[in-house]
Design a protein. Structure first.
Length: 138
């Protein structure tokens, strides 16, 4: 918990500094705080990975590079728990399974083109889904 609070403080005080949390546990409240800690509430340059789920060094280095260049790297389980917590407290419960799937991939730092490839849909479909899910969760 102390490390997560330190990461949140770094993001709040130095919003252009990338922060990658490498943890054994998911602390949902702190993860949400970390994602919104930079001025303006942006999650650019933030990562939260679970130690036991990073299978190889290449995957870790890719996530680290993504965070260093202003992207995000979130373990899918972190996204699931954040969405679950949000669903209980606001309108995210109204999202379809596909909208949640798109949001989870976006949270992992994937581009629209990459998401379209993974889900085998058009890039335009991804854009429309992300717009709809943003409006539904607002």
């Amino acid at each position: 918990m102390i490390r997560l609070r330190a990461a949140i403080a770094i993001r709040r005080d130095h919003p252009n500094t990338g922060v990658l949390v490498f943890s054994q546990y998911i602390e949902t409240r702190y993860a949400a705080d970390l994602l919104g800690a930079a001025s303006g509430g942006g999650a650019a340059g933030v990562g939260y990975l679970l130690k036991d789920r990073v299978a190889d060094v290449e995957e870790f280095v890719e996530a680290l590079s993504r965070v260093a260049t202003g992207g995000t790297a979130l373990d899918p389980e972190v996204v699931t728990q954040l969405l679950g917590a949000s669903r209980r407290s606001d309108g995210l419960g109204t999202l379809t399974a596909r909208e949640r799937e798109v949001l989870a991939l976006m949270a992992e730092g994937r581009s629209n083109a990459a998401i379209a490839g993974i889900l085998v849909v058009s890039e335009r479909s991804v854009e429309n889904t992300s717009r709809t899910s943003s409006a539904n969760s607002a």
